[in-house]
Design a protein around this ligand. Structure first.
Ligand SMILES: [Zn+2]
Length: 549
């Protein structure tokens, strides 16, 4: 089959130049200028038009589609402006939630609520007395739970503190209802299990809708960044056109140390269409990612927060909730999920069993923990780190990025977060003390970089995220640290080839080259023009999605 277009971004790095492509079955067999097609000229010919731009299929190496059936089932609390409004939404829907399930709201964004107020256990108890209620925040790293929710996981006033998470308590020592990180993971998994049990395979329709949403963005392959063996079965049963690579995690809780997953399917099992990716590990928190600052920098940051917004309660809140502790010459805040050495233990065990790894690390201390873990695990096992990744690295320091490059790690980064959270970062002056989402520095340090969405944690489409890496332009029109922008060519590569490298699929997917799978998106124009739309998405030489006429 011969396909002609105005431009085809072919090769690695993907570059404009070709105007025609010959596809033989599922694969590209030739790429070049339309007037140079070698004989025999294929009989089947598809002319996409002079304005059509063909780019390689976008590879979103870190997103969470398997959550869609749950989100469709649970109560959408995005955009609510107060805990009272969230509670009212939960109350309005509680009657429709089957008795065996938890009443769950999701998408609550405390950062957009005045004084960042959060729902309390008492408020949630009133939603539906005696029933487990959970209000999940938009980062999916924390939430507020009712007394019945606590009881159903066996928690109460005397639950001891443990590492890597928190049951927030009031002055009298009573749990307020807020649960963070590993503690949140436990209640979230209980809510999830109850919902999945009552859906009993009813996820297929949502998976199909989710796959269509990916295709409508030009995405042809996606990394499912937290999953269990059951999700692999469900995805397989749904027989979706989009390719998926699932990241095994613990079936006890997505934030638990995944020792149980070491007995499950390993990285590389399956095939290029539906396969097993790296083991997912969490080094630090989300909103409470682990960061440290020298005291002078912290003092300057504090002064700037107060000077920039003397009447802005959110600015003061940043200082009050940071709860920094001083140790080893630095002020430290946020949550590390593992004590020193424990992360390296599971990393080493996983490497020895043939897993590759993907470590969530947001703050500079999270990144330090991930890098230390990688160094130690490699030293102990002698196993190389090819294909191993760090997820996010939002506040990584330049020296850490050099270390990551030296270790051969791939960074999966989210420019969409830079624009979606620009306001919050500016309020906390984080853009002055760190280099947020430092794609420029990472590439200059020699890291292989992939652009991913981490959807649904930020709203951008794949093309918008690709543009965000280049212009770093939030909705308010003030670019966030434009000095950290990357070029268009770098961005397109990171969203295609970079994604395929991050999923261990670069030999088959990620670029349009002879021998590789014919996965591509047909755009209405320049990929970096905000007006450009996805017209069609093709996978393995077949058109699998077209924009509604
Ligand atoms: Zn994620």
């Amino acid at each position: 089959m011969l396909i002609t277009a105005g431009t085809v971004f072919g090769g690695d790095p993907p570059a404009a130049g070709p105007t025609a492509m010959v596809v033989d079955g599922a694969r590209v067999s030739w790429l070049g200028r339309a007037e140079e097609i070698p004989p025999p000229v294929p009989r089947q010919k598809i002319e996409l038009g002079q304005d059509a731009v063909v780019i390689p299929g976008l590879v979103d190496s870190h997103q969470h589609m398997v959550d869609l059936p749950l989100l469709a089932r649970w109560i959408d609390c995005r955009g609510v402006r107060s805990p009272e409004e969230a509670v009212a939404r939960l109350e309005a829907s509680a009657g429709h939630v089957p008795e065996a399930e938890w009443i769950v709201g999701w998408g609550y964004d405390a950062a957009s609520v005045e004084r960042a107020r959060r729902a309390t256990r008492t408020q949630l108890d009133a939603v539906a007395p005696g029933r487990p209620v959970l209000l999940i925040e938009s980062s999916f790293h924390q939430g507020a739970a009712s007394s019945a929710a606590f009881a159903s996981v066996g928690w109460g006033r005397n639950t001891p503190r443990w590492w890597g998470g928190e049951l927030e308590r009031d002055r009298r020592g009573e749990p307020t209802g807020m649960v963070w990180e590993r503690a949140f993971g436990v209640v979230a998994m209980a809510a999830r299990s109850a919902a999945e049990a009552s859906m009993a395979g009813g996820a297929t329709e949502e998976y199909r809708a989710g796959a269509r949403r990916l295709l409508s963005q030009g995405i042809t392959h996606a990394g499912e960044a937290l999953a269990t063996g059951r999700h692999l079965e469900l995805l397989s049963a749904a027989a979706l056109p989009v390719g998926f690579t699932v990241f095994p995690a613990s079936s006890r809780s997505f934030f638990a140390s995944p020792w149980d997953a070491l007995d499950g399917p390993r990285t590389g099992e399956g095939d290029a269409h539906l396969g097993v990716g790296p083991l997912k590990l969490i080094a630090d928190g989300g909103e409470r990612c682990a960061v440290s600052l020298r005291p002078a920098a912290a003092l300057l940051q504090t002064a700037r927060i107060l000077a920039a917004a003397p009447r802005e309660p959110a600015g003061l809140r940043v200082l009050l909730t940071a709860r920094a502790k001083f140790s080893k010459g630095r002020l430290r805040t946020g949550t590390l999920h593992y004590p020193t050495g424990a992360l390296a233990d599971i990393m080493a065990a996983a490497l020895q069993r043939g897993f590759r790894l993907a470590v969530h690390a947001l703050g500079n201390e999270g990144v330090r923990a991930a890098l230390d873990g990688y160094e130690q695990a490699r030293r102990r096992t002698g196993v190389d780190l090819e294909g191993c990744r760090i997820e996010h690295a939002h506040f990584a320091e330049p020296g850490q990025l050099e270390q990551a490059a030296a270790l051969g790690l791939i960074l999966s980064m989210q420019p969409g977060h830079a624009v979606a959270f620009a306001r919050t970062m500016r309020l906390a002056q984080v853009d002055r003390v760190f280099d947020p989402i430092p794609m420029r520095i990472a590439i200059d340090a020699g890291c292989r970089v992939a652009i991913s969405s981490d959807g649904p944690t930020a709203p951008g489409t794949a093309l918008e995220n690709m543009r965000a890496a280049v212009d770093r332009m939030p909705a308010d029109g003030i670019p966030i640290r434009p000095d950290l922008a990357i070029s268009r060519a770098e961005s397109l590569r990171a969203a295609t080839v970079g994604g395929a490298e991050a999923l261990g699929l670069a030999r088959v997917k990620g670029s349009l080259e002879p021998g590789k799978q014919a996965d591509f998106a047909v755009l209405s124009g320049d990929p970096f023009d905000p007006a450009t739309k996805v017209r069609e998405t093709w996978i393995a030489g077949s058109r699998v999605w077209s924009a509604p006429a």
